[in-house]
Write a protein that binds this ligand. Sequence first.
Ligand code: 4AD
Ligand code: MG
Length: 470
Amino acid sequence: MRNFNNYRMKRTRIADLLKSTDYDIRVNVKGWVRTKRGNNKIAFIAINDGSIIHNIQAVADVANFDEQILKLITTGSGISLTGKLVKSLGKGQNVEIQADEIEVYGTADPDTYPLQKKGHSMEFLREIAHLRPRTNTFGAVLRIRHAVAFAIHKYFNDHGFYYLHSPIITGSDAEGAGAMFQVTILDLKNPPLNEDGTINYKEDFFGKQTNLTVSGQLEAELGALALSQVYTFGPTFRAENSNTPRHLAEFWMIEPEVAFNDIIDNMDLAEDFLKYLVQYTLDHNFDDLQFLNNMFDKELIERLRSIVEVKYERLSYTEAVEILMKSGQKFEFPVDWGVDLQSEHERYLVEKHFKKPVILTDYPKDIKAFYMKQNDDGKTVRAMDVLFPNIGEIIGGSQREEVLEKLQNRCREMNIPEKDIWWYIDTRKFGTVPHSGFGLGFERMVQFITGMKNIRDVIPFPRTPQNAEF
Ligand code: 4AD
Ligand code: MG
């Protein structure tokens, strides 16, 4: 017989129960069983509900329960457990529950439940992305991911920025990268054709060719040139075939854009913002960070603390190339002025040479996007990349070219038809002002903070070449 009062009893999150200083109250927890141990007199059940890294332990007097019910309680099963919250005598926990009522919602067959045992490889867990959130590691990563997202909105809100929603489907190519996912409703087997044999996109849904966005920057600039300070925070898509531990085909990007800021202001904002996010997680996610520190990366917390304290090194691309060429280091990709820096070069500068984050500026114009402000030397643009330990490039940004003629010239040189971005060019015709912004790769930031080796392990359902199963 179910006691009506118990049945109505509200669930308490384990995170709240573990903080409780009220004892001998009746409580209800719901969650997934991590372990069950004991003997024929007493059973110890560790339950986790994902609200916190720690489990709550429940103690059940075997004599008080139907034997069949206790048998169903195995690792992975989903249960509701009610009982008295008491001060725990065991080590490592403040409270435990003396169970008097247990309902098994769903069993998990020990012979087939993939998370029956601990210590699976990250590669294996990627194959069971539908279940891996139930592991301690992914619980910690997902809670930290949430905290970083929240901190991003908090930082900008507290600093007078407005959240601008840039479109996901676009008709423009913001980065000129050319690696975009096309969005179409045309029949792939039998598309409408123009007389010259090319596809007639006038018959497509939007009456033109469209893609998933690679960046919200161009739209963010439109917002900044009205609201002064905006940021975007949304998914971005790149169809590059990059199978690296730092690339996703679908990732989230944060792009602040500020009218009247020059490149120095932009660097100051980036440095302050990054430090804030790291400090936020140190303040709010310490248990999860400590778990990751102990399990995977013994220097994690120390590294996070140092990132908040140091002043980032600022130097030009040209100076960085000189350092790399003089380093005597054998790189897989040789360095010379004009080449795009590879992750091995970036990490050498950060981890070996300066031993702190580095902000590089003034890159050769030929390896950067059309919108960057041109320097007077005719060779470089006012770009800035922030390079982090273990990650390499975490931020890419620039001061923008606000002078109409210079922007038009650069579009011509780079074969970007003005008719495709006439609306962007318009902002340089009407009330143009200096402005700057940058893009932070959200997953690279979460990767840095969690110390995860592979970016696929900091997003719930990674999209990478040949992989979109879950
Ligand atoms: O350097 P990117 O390409 O810059 C832009 O898109 C500019 N529109 C940003 C701006 O100025 N508003 O990308 C910015 C950041 C990179 O520094 C990196 O952290 C991340 O986005 N990123 C990726 N993260 C995961 N997977 C990928 N394939 C990424 N490509 C870029
Ligand atoms: Mg970049």
